[in-house]
Structures are given as C-alpha cells and as structure tokens.
Design a protein around this ligand. Structure first.
Ligand code: SAH
Ligand code: SF4
Ligand code: F3S
Length: 485
C-alpha cells in the first residue's frame, strides 16, 4: 500500500476482542487508517491513536474493556494529544455513557459507523472535541432508517493486514433478527441484512488475486443469508456455487450457522462443491427443550438431532462444532443433564462453553431472573467441558498415523510465545475438517496446502511432521509472516 508522502506518519495501536466480525472490522479500520498515513505499533505508549474494538456479549468482556481504558489515565494525562477511541459493540451499546465513565475517551464509534473513523480522528486532532458516531437503536426510527444506519464497512483488502496471508474473512451478512432472549447482538449489530452477491464475489476475486487460498464467510446466522434483487433471491448455497468457481480459492468455510436453516440443499451444495470445508459450526446452546424455549431459539432438541442426522447422512465425514450457555435463567440440574446428553450423542469436534451473563436490554434480562448461582454455573461449565474434552481426544485418536492436508496459517501460539526463530519453528494450520495441526516447519510454508503426517494427538491438536513440501517463496514475502497485529 502506498503512503501519501505529504501525510506525516502517525502510529496506531489497536486491540481487538470479540468474534470474527470484530477481527474483520479491525482489519478494515486499520487498512483505511494506513491509507491515511498511519503505521501500526504494538506499544500503546508509542501510539498517537489507541483504539479498542470491543464486545458486549458477556459482562466480563465489557469489564475488561473499561479496565483497559482506566489503565490509560496516566498516559493520557502525560500526553493529552493521544487519541483514545472505543469502537465495536460496546460503543454501540453504551454510547455516551462511555464518555461519562471515562471522560478522557475522545471517540466512540459503533460497528455500523466505522467508515467515519478517519474523518472523526481528523476532527479530534483539529481540536473539535469528543466525537461519537453510532447507529440508530432498534426502536429509534423506521425499519428502513434503522437498516440504513447500520452500514457494512468492507471497502479495502490490504493483504498485509490479514492475520494470515493465505486466509481471509468475507462478510456476507450483518446484524441479526433472531433475538435469542440472552443475546445483545441484535441490539449492537442491528437488523439482519445480506450483502450483495456481486460485492461478495468481487471481493473474493480480489482476495484470490492477492494469493488468498481460504475464505471464511461471516454472518451471525450465515446460513440464513438471503439477498433479494430484481425478483431474484440469492441464498448461501447459490453463493457457494459461484465462489467455488474462483481460481486460486482452495477452501471455503462459513460461520456461524443457525440450526433451523441447515437445509438439505445447503448440505448438498457443500457435499458437491470440492472447495467447501466439511465443517459446520452450529451452536445448540442447550440440550433441554424447556431451556431452548426460554432462550427463544426456535427449535427443540429433537430438531437439532434431526439436523445432525441430516448432516451426517449427506456428508458422512462432516465435523460439527457447537456453543453452549450453562446456567441460563432457571436452568435445573435435569435441564443441564439434557445438555450433557446432547454433547455425548452429537460428539462435537469442539464446543465453546459459556456461563450465562445477564445483558441489560435483552428480553432475558427483562423477564427472567439470573438465578443460577455462580458456583453452579462454574461446576456445570467444568462438567460439560470434561465430557467434551474426552470426546475430542477419542475422536482425534483415529488420526494417528494418517496423513492430512493442512492449510498453513503461521507460527504456532507456542512458537510465538517462545519467540522461536531460525529455519525450523513450530508451525500451525488446519485440516479440511477444521482440526488444528502443529509440526516443525518453516514460515515459508505459510499459505500453502501441505500434507502432514500425524505422529501424535491431544484433545485439541494433531501433532505431525511434514513428509514433502513445495516451497514457493515468491508468493508471500517472509516479512509478512512477522507482521501480525
Ligand atoms: N450468532 C452466533 C452467536 C454469536 S454470540 C449464533 O447465533 O450462533 C457467540 C456465543 O456467545 C453464542 O453462541 C452464545 O453461546 C454465547 N452468548 C451469547 N450471549 C451470551 C450471554 N448473554 N451469556 C453467555 N454467553 C452468551
Ligand atoms: Fe445472538 Fe441468537 Fe442472533 Fe446468534 S442467532 S447473534 S445467539 S440473537
Ligand atoms: Fe461480541 Fe459484537 Fe461479536 S457483542 S460476539 S463483538 S457481534
């Protein structure tokens, strides 16, 4: 990317928490600020602008964000010119209250207004004071006005800003209209809206030209994707057919799925399209019909089991991952045991398990009491995790001695922690069924599809060695491998 020489280089520190949507939002914001002459720093003390991209899905994530902001007080006192900004879901949810709690915050920008960040930063630098840009609340205007106020921000693809050069997220849907009673996302991200297929395909082609091999399509309920134009409706399975045609793209994933919309035609499309990963993240949230009803998830455990059968009937080698909330309002021991049973029967590749966190503004907070004691939530979390981890290990064992095809992501977390350097470091990547693999390799392998022989397994990882690898060093310059945010 060319930096305008007339603009002096400023430094940006950005910290991102939350889901993949936030990771993609940060990538986009960084790309737009780089165009304005900003360079990235990993040290807030060196930064001219400090941005926190925040999440509101659980209280803990918000507490941490406020803690980080309070922590900056001394720095801001010493350097009043430093700009401190809050973007993301907490910005949309708390709005002006952020300025009240942390008066030295300069900028609050919701996820539907990110395109304004460069101009708002200029206003702050010009001495125009605190700036805020948020979308309309869900009862604050006509449906059309509310939709318009939540804009998708997908303008630029800067290959250097991607966490891994061979992989990229593409947003295909924003917002959510499901209104599960525990969830804040429909309030922070606004109404569900599909992006135009033409934009999605164009973006995928740009990414393929940049050497990206794997795209992950993002939406809160990505398999509910619909786009209507001139009497024609495009669904996720139609998009997959078109994306599968793009030269250079080798793998296509999509997250997160809604159980009710895991339809036969979508599964058949995945089965028939060689580039689609045989992996589905379809959160069940609970294995109790009464809890699912209180959560307003719109399906029963019977529906979920039927969906599992359908997935495995159409794609026998598919793997499925799930999310669960334990300790939701009124959850009895018997209801929790239903969740344990569902995990045992479905044998998920992995499950993300969360303790219920009451969110002001949701239906759940309004009509139910958060009455499961903390220690019970903790114990259920632990018990469910134990069952899931045992399944993970059992289902990884058959991989011993097999060779798996891996898309190389980069140095493993372990090697980054150990600051491993030199020709051989521990690398990580994923199989087509989304299992994590590590092996001793070389950063030049990043972005390649490699055959890795599995020598050992743990519950979370396949440990392997590389039999053969082709090196195409001109695809990604080595420097990219160390330019993580
Ligand atoms: N759109 C995704 C989920 C987004 S939030 C979907 O519908 O599947 C990610 C996960 O956070 C959810 O799947 C749920 O398990 C968890 N979660 C959401 N709200 C929560 C809350 N109030 N307390 C605890 N966990 C919550
Ligand atoms: Fe939240 Fe439910 Fe929408 Fe997922 S489907 S984002 S859990 S409201
Ligand atoms: Fe969090 Fe917002 Fe994602 S609340 S989970 S960052 S959509």
């Amino acid at each position: 990317m060319t930096i305008d020489p007339t603009v002096s280089t400023k430094r940006l520190y950005i910290e991102t928490v939350g889901c993949q949507m936030n990771v993609l939002d940060s990538e986009m914001v960084v790309a737009s600020l780089r165009k304005d002459g900003y360079a990235i720093t990993n040290d807030p003390k060196e930064a001219d602008t400090i941005l926190f991209n925040t999440c509101s899905v659980r209280e803990h994530a918000e507490e941490k964000a406020y803690h980080n902001l309070f922590h900056l007080k001394q720095l801001k006192l010493q350097h009043p010119d430093k700009i401190i900004g809050v973007m993301g879901c907490m910005a949309q949810k708390d709005q002006k209250a952020i300025f009240d709690r942390v008066p030295y915050v300069d900028l609050v920008v919701g996820p539907g207004q990110l395109q304004q960040i460069p101009s708002l930063l200029k206003k702050i630098s010009a001495g125009e004071g605190q700036q805020m840009a948020v979308s309309l609340d869900r009862k604050e205007g006509t449906a059309e006005d509310i939709r318009r106020s939540h804009e998708t921000f997908d303008p630029l693809r800067d290959p250097e800003m991607r966490p891994s050069p061979g992989q990229a997220y593409i947003r295909i849907q924003i917002g959510c209209d499901k209104f599960c009673t525990y969830c804040i996302v429909p309030l922070t991200r606004g109404p569900e809206q599909g992006r135009s297929p033409a934009h999605i395909i164009a973006e995928a082609k740009v990414l393929a030209d940049q050497g990206c091999k794997e795209i992950t399509l993002l939406g809160q309920t990505v398999n509910s994707y619909r786009y209507r134009d001139a009497g024609k409706t495009t669904r996720l399975c139609d998009l997959l057919v078109e994306l599968n045609e793009i030269d250079g793209i080798e793998r296509i994933k999509f997250v997160t799925n809604y159980p009710k919309d895991m339809t036969r035609d979508l599964l058949e499309a995945v089965r028939d399209l060689p580039k689609c990963s045989r992996y589905f993240h379809v959160p069940a949230q609970s294995g109790s019909d009464s809890v699912l009803k209180r959560m307003k998830r719109g399906y029963t455990t019977g529906d979920y089991y039927e969906m599992m059968d359908r997935i495995l009937e159409i794609i026998p080698d598919a793997t499925v991952a799930s999310d669960f909330i334990v300790g939701f309002c009124g959850e009895t021991e018997e209801e929790f045991q239903g969740t344990m049973e569902l995990v045992r029967r479905c044998r998920f590749k992995n499950s993300f398990i969360f303790q219920y966190s009451e969110r002001t503004g949701t239906k759940g907070a309004e009509i139910y009491a958060d009455d499961v004691p903390e220690e019970v939530k903790k114990r259920r979390n632990h018990d469910l995790l134990e069952v899931q981890n045992a399944i993970c290990l059992e289902d990884n064992l058959p991989f011993l001695g097999r060779t798996v095809e891996v898309l190389v992501e980069g140095p493993s977390k372990w090697s980054l922690r150990k600051h491993q350097e030199g020709p051989v470091i521990q690398m990580t990547g994923r199989t087509r069924c989304d299992r994590i693999v590590v092996w001793d390799g070389n950063p030049r392998q990043i972005g390649q599809l490699l055959n890795v022989h599995v020598d050992d397994v743990s519950a979370f990882t396949l440990l392997g060695s590389v039999e053969t690898f082709e090196v195409t060093p001109d695809v990604f310059p080595l420097s990219l491998s160390s330019s993580r945010r």
